[in-house]
Write a protein that binds this ligand. Structure first.
Ligand code: G3P
Ligand code: CA
Length: 333
């Protein structure tokens, strides 16, 4: 059995898989082939593209339909008239939107660092990399699997699927087609498909053979919630603070029973998002190196591994892989 299948179906006995959150986002602008490739070379098991649609219905890797925060579109005068405001999932969003660009137009843009104040070093790569298609991410994972001699998987997320359905660009059929064409719709394929929206996963369940992941940032979760998720998904992907909450001062508090409850319902647990910078760490793991400096990220991975999580979404795959390589998880008797 591949390591991936083992992790899904024997969730409590394996080390966590390392999921490259939007690429190696701690080191390169997110959702770029350069970031994904670096992530695999640094030890990631999976590349995570969030998916949105172009005007011509091509799936591309972006965290949200609005592309002004992660590309140089604002510096393209030919697209000034595409600036607009839209309601997305109940929020009014201003900017430029992937669905208003043909793929060929989108490809004239270049990625930029989303959080330059924290990741100034990544701005070195601003303006260098185009927006990748999902097909390119799949091809990259295949090439790197051959080259590195280990399976590099893909872990796509349908972003704002109801919104995309509403504008006549449903993500699910194109995603299914892409996975089938790549011979990745197999139970043992190195693929997970994730979404925050249950409706998207329910639509995909009868179409796909790969494991599905219900993302959540909502607490509390009771036994009925886990049973409900287990009826259409294989993994739950919680915000890590649903597993280790923080107190009013930002310190780590007592862990919840989420991991055990999920496992009892037959669900694996892939938690997000792990990052090295003090800004993102609980106060008890921060160093004195300032907001952008690194704290004791290793200790955070060790804690979550000990708590039994089955996967970690990370911006720093090397740190995750290093921590996990030093983790000893008790084997089931
Ligand atoms: O998909 C898991 C995690 O990435 C969810 O957060 O907002 O980065 O897609 P987000
Ligand atoms: Ca995501």
């Amino acid at each position: 059995m591949s390591r991936v299948a083992y992790v899904v179906f024997s969730a409590t006995t394996a080390l966590p898989v390392v999921i490259a959150h939007r690429g190696a986002s701690g080191y390169r602008p997110e959702h770029t082939l350069a970031g994904y490739e670096l992530a695999a070379r640094l030890g990631a098991d999976f590349l995570e593209p969030d998916l949105v649609s172009t005007r011509d219905g091509v799936l591309v890797a972006r965290h949200e339909p609005e592309i002004g925060a992660t590309t140089d579109v604002a510096h393209h005068p030919e697209f000034t008239d595409r600036f607009t405001a839209k309601m997305i999932d109940g929020r009014r969003v201003k900017g430029w939107f992937a669905e208003d660009f043909m793929l060929a137009e989108l490809r004239t843009l270049r990625a930029v660092e989303r959080i330059p104040a924290l990741r100034q070093r990544n701005t070195l790569y601003d303006g260098r990399y185009p927006v990748p298609t999902f097909g390119e991410v799949i091809a990259l994972a295949a090439r790197l699997s051959d080259e590195l001699g280990r399976e590099i998987g893909v872990y796509p997320e349908t972003k704002c699927p109801s919104y995309h359905r509403g504008i006549g660009r449903p993500l699910e059929p194109t995603l299914v087609q892409a996975l089938r064409e790549a011979n990745l719709d197999r139970p043992d394929a190195p693929v997970f498909v994730q979404s925050f929206e249950a409706s998207s996963l329910r639509a995909l369940r009868p179409e796909l053979k790969v494991p599905l992941v219900q993302l959540t940032e909502t607490a509390p979760l009771g036994p009925a919630d886990f049973a409900e998720v287990a009826s259409y998904a294989d993994v739950i992907g919680p915000d890590k603070e649903l597993i280790v909450p923080r107190d009013a001062t930002g310190r780590s508090a007592e862990p919840t029973g989420l991991v055990a409850d999920a496992h009892a319902a037959g669900l694996a647990v892939h938690a997000w998002t792990f990052r090295n910078e003090n800004h993102f760490l609980p106060t008890d793991l921060r160093s004195t190196a300032g907001r952008a400096g690194y704290g004791n990220a290793l200790a955070e991975y060790w804690l979550f591994a000990e708590l039994g999580v089955d996967g970690v979404f990370t911006d720093h795959p090397d740190t995750a892989a290093s921590a996990i390589s030093e983790t000893v998880v008790p084997q089931a008797s």
